[in-house]
Write a protein that binds this ligand. Structure first.
Ligand SMILES: Nc1ncnc2c1ncn2[C@@H]1O[C@H](COP(=O)(O)OP(=O)(O)OP(=O)(O)O)[C@@H](O)[C@H]1O
Length: 299
C-alpha cells in the first residue's frame, strides 16, 4: 500500500514527495516523516485472505524486533501484538525507542532483526500512521488534503469521507484553511484525521496528544478509544500517563529498548503495588527525572 500511495502522488497532489514513505530498507530516519504511513506489503508479511478471523487473534504481530542505528542498539528483542478493538499505549522515557518501534510496526523501516506480520483483512489501507511531526504540502486546504487521501484509498465519496473525518477530530471549522496556516495542534489533528482515512484495521499514532491543549488532548484520546470501539487496533505512544490510564486497554512500558512491563493498567498497578500509572512508571524505570538516557555513544 505504501507503494500505491507513493506512486499515486502527482505534482499537483497535496503530498510532498519529500514527505512520502521511505523506500523499503531505506534508513532515511530523519524527522521529516511521512504523513501517509501504511503497512508496506514489501515489509510486512501478509496473511492469506482465507484465514478465519478471531477476536483472540492479533491483527498485527511483531516478534523479536531488534533495531540498530549503526553501532547503536535501540531495540532489543521486542515483541508486540495488537488486538482488534483495543487501545495499546506505548510509554517510556525520552529516547527509549518508542518512535523507532512505531516506525518498524508501521512498515516505515525494516528492523535489524525480527518480523512484523499483518493478519487483518486485505483492505485498501492496512495501517494508518500519524508521525510525531506530521507535515502536509503547503498550498492546499485542509479539506482538499483529506479529500485527496480519501480518493487515494478509493473511497466512494471522498468529500463526505473527508468531512466526516474532520468532524471526528474537531477540525470541521478549519476545512477551508490552508494547511500551512494551521497551528501545530491543528496540524496534528489533521494528521490524525488523515491516519484514519480508509478505516485501516490498524491505526498507529506517535504522540497524538503532543502540543495539544489539555481539552483537545483528552478529545484525541477519546477519538482513539472510539476508533477501538469501532473495531480498530489502536497503538499510541504518549508521555501523558493520566490519559493513557484513561483509555488504554494494554500498556507497554519501553525502557532502554526493551519492554520491561506490559499489561492492563489495573494489572500493572496491582503487580507493582502502585496507586497510579505514574507510580508504575516511576517504580519500573527508576524514576529518573533529571537525565535522559542516551543509548549508545552519548556524542
Ligand atoms: N536516525 C537515527 N540515527 C541514529 N540514532 C537514532 C536515529 N533515530 C533515533 N535514534 C536514537 O535512537 C534512540 C531512540 O530514539 P526514539 O526516537 O525511538 O525514542 P523515543 O522513545 O521515541 O523518544 P521520545 O520520547 O523523546 O520521542 C535515541 O537514543 C535516538 O537518539
Amino acid at each position: 500500500m505504501t507503494d500505491e500511495l507513493s506512486q499515486s502522488t502527482s505534482p499537483q497532489s497535496p503530498v510532498s514527495p519529500a514527505e512520502s514513505v521511505p523506500e523499503s530498507g531505506s534508513e532515511s530516519e530523519s524527522e521529516s516523516e511521512s504523513e501517509s504511513g501504511s503497512g508496506s506489503e514489501s515489509e510486512l508479511e501478509t496473511e492469506s485472505e482465507s484465514e478465519p478471523e478471531s477476536t483472540q487473534r492479533p491483527v498485527l504481530e511483531a516478534a523479536g524486533l531488534d533495531h540498530e542505528y549503526g553501532a547503536v542498539s535501540v531495540l532489543e528483542d521486542v515483541s508486540v501484538t495488537l488486538q482488534p478493538g483495543t487501545v495499546t499505549a506505548l510509554i517510556g522515557p525520552n529516547g527509549s525507542g518508542k518512535t523507532t518501534l512505531i516506525r518498524a510496526l508501521a512498515g516505515l523501516h525494516e528492523p535489524t532483526a525480527g518480523t512484523v506480520a499483518y493478519h487483518g483483512p486485505d483492505t485498501a489501507r492496512q495501517i494508518g500512521y500519524l508521525p510525531q511531526q506530521p507535515s502536509f504540502r503547503p498550498g492546499f486546504t485542509v479539506i482538499e488534503t483529506l479529500r485527496f487521501y480519501a480518493s487515494l484509498v478509493g473511497t466512494p465519496n471522498p468529500e463526505e469521507t473527508a468531512r466526516a473525518h474532520l468532524d471526528r477530530v474537531g477540525l470541521a471549522d478549519a476545512a477551508s484553511r490552508p494547511v500551512d496556516a494551521l497551528s501545530g495542534g491543528m496540524t496534528r489533528l489533521l494528521g490524525i484525521a488523515q491516519a484514519t482515512i480508509g478505516d485501516p484495521p490498524v491505526v498507529i499514532l506517535d504522540e497524538p496528544g503532543s502540543g495539544l491543549d489539555p481539552g483537545m488532548s483528552m478529545h484525541v484520546f477519546d477519538v482513539a478509544a472510539e476508533l477501538a470501539a469501532d473495531g480498530m487496533a489502536v497503538l499510541l505512544s504518549s508521555h501523558d500517563l493520566e490519559l493513557v490510564e484513561r483509555v488504554a486497554d494494554e500498556v507497554l512500558l519501553l525502557d532502554d529498548g526493551e519492554i520491561i512491563q506490559r499489561g492492563s493498567t489495573a494489572d500493572l498497578k496491582s503487580q507493582l503495588d502502585a496507586d497510579s500509572l505514574w507510580d508504575v512508571y516511576r517504580n519500573a524505570t527508576g524514576g529518573d527525572t533529571d537525565t535522559v538516557t542516551v543509548q549508545g555513544d552519548s556524542a
